[in-house]
Design a protein around this ligand. Structure first.
Ligand code: PLP
Length: 423
């Protein structure tokens, strides 16, 4: 089957895609008319069906430096010839370099001022599992019952049991019965005094609080700086570890290296997690902690076979060097302005269909009055790939390197799709 994929020529419709699909478990819903064969920066190509697409999804905020990035390809090739994997039994230079780089660049670019240590793993959900374990370990060392986790409505933190337990959408959680106990979901719209009373009344039961500084899957909701600052103060007063999940909103996507770099120093998290863009599509993730958290950890507390392997680390070293750069980040903000301006023009033309535009940097959302399923379908038909967030929001998370003209071109297609659906 794979050989048939590779040998198929550009415009021939490849009918066996569905046949292939039959051998995969039933957990994804994918458009049947589409099979991606290659990419270039913010474009994707389906050579099997002879189609090309402007990609505003970037593999769900992953390929920040574009598809088929030539430097990434070369790094992978050269590293693969040297060393792919040696496990965490031994140090490797790539892993040491990357950990140091994450800590140094984080401080240099206004992120967690007391960042001290890094745990490397393979996916976002794993980075959050580590963060939850570390927060619990710190809590238990203060008081045996200090194990609970506070999370928020609309949150998304991953699909493994720990990360799933702190994910809000019950559709993802309830089919799996008992999850990690002692999780409470608070509402970010609640008065701060309510959040404060809750945390302080359960001081000896709560180990950590996990939050996305910009909620992604839940609908692209940036959390106000004042709220994040107040939450950190509440947690600090009650010795609760604050975890920021920057898996989607980190690494330049917000216009700063980390979304929490918008916060004053005293509001920085004790732990933050990164994945997605960290490998530009090659799986790698990181859990970054301060000394307070690291002091609770002992040899054997956590581990992974693949995490921080030289192949992944060599790509991430390049990704960080590229994104942690003043000029690069300024470009992200400029591209964000172009995207937002045009989106607002479209909203002005369709005020009955589009309720709000919100977000930060190149993580933007257009909330529709109803689920935008038909708009997304029509856009795809016309050559634009977009995804939803929450029930009614179209999410825009293109490559941070997307060409300005392609933003315009893509949004023209978006407008055409809206027109076609609502005409
Ligand atoms: C904020 C956030 N956290 C965690 C995850 C889970 O990451 P992964 O799919 O790599 O496990 C995601 C994925 O979309 C995410 O957006």
């Amino acid at each position: 089957m794979f050989r048939r994929y590779l040998s198929s020529t550009s415009s021939r419709r490849f009918t066996s895609v569905l046949e292939e699909k039959a051998f995969q478990v039933t957990t994804y819903s994918r458009p049947e008319e589409l099979c991606i064969t290659r990419g270039k920066n913010a474009k994707l190509y389906d050579d099997l069906n002879g189609k090309e697409y402007i990609d505003f999804t970037a593999g769900i905020a992953v390929t920040a430096l574009g598809h088929a990035n030539p430097e990434v390809a070369e790094i992978l090739y050269n590293q693969a010839k040297k060393l792919v994997h040696s496990s965490n039994l031994y140090f490797t230079k790539e892993c040491l370099d990357l950990s140091e780089k994450i800590v140094e660049k984080t401080k240099q670019f206004g992120g967690q001022h007391d960042a001290s240590k890094v745990f490397l793993c393979n996916s976002g959900t794993e980075a959050n599992e580590a963060a939850l374990k570390f927060a619990k370990k710190h809590g238990i060392m203060q008081h045996p019952g200090k194990q609970g986790i506070v999370a928020f409505e609309n949150s998304f933190h991953g699909r493994t049991m720990g990360a799933l337990s702190v994910t809000w959408n019950s559709k993802y959680r309830t089919p799996f019965g008992d999850l990690v106990p002692n999780v409470s979901f608070l509402n970010l719209q609640d008065e701060l005094t309510k959040l404060q009373d809750y945390v302080s009344s359960k001081k000896d039961e709560i180990a950590g609080l996990i939050i996305e500084p910009i909620q992604g899957e839940g609908g692209v909701f940036p959390v106000e700086i004042e709220k994040l600052t107040a939450l950190k103060k509440i947690c600090q007063d009650n010795d609760v570890i604050v975890i920021h999940d920057e898996i989607q909103c980190g690494l330049g996507r917000s216009g700063k290296l980390w979304a929490h770099a918008y916060l004053p120093k005293e509001a920085h998290p004790d732990i933050f997690t990164s994945a997605k863009a960290l490998g530009n599509g090659f799986p790698i993730a990181a859990t970054i902690v301060n000394n307070k958290v690291n002091d609770a950890l002992r040899v054997g507390d956590h581990g992974t076979t693949y995490g921080g392997n030289p192949l992944a680390c060599s790509v991430s070293n390049y990704v960080l060097d590229t994104i942690a750069d003043k000029a690069f980040l300024e470009q992200v903000s400029k591209k964000s302005e172009i995207l937002q301006k045009r989106l607002r023009e479209i909203q002005a033309k369709y005020p009955k269909q589009i309720k709000t535009i919100r977000g930060k940097g190149l993580m933007l959302g257009a909330e529709f009055v109803e689920p935008p399923t038909e708009v997304i379908k029509k856009a795809r038909e016309l050559g634009l790939l977009i995804i939803t967030a929450g029930k009614s929001t179209v999410r825009f998370v293109p490559a941070l390197t997307i060409e300005d003209e392609l933003i315009e071109e893509g949004l023209n297609v978006f407008e055409k799709a809206i027109k076609a659906v609502y005409a």
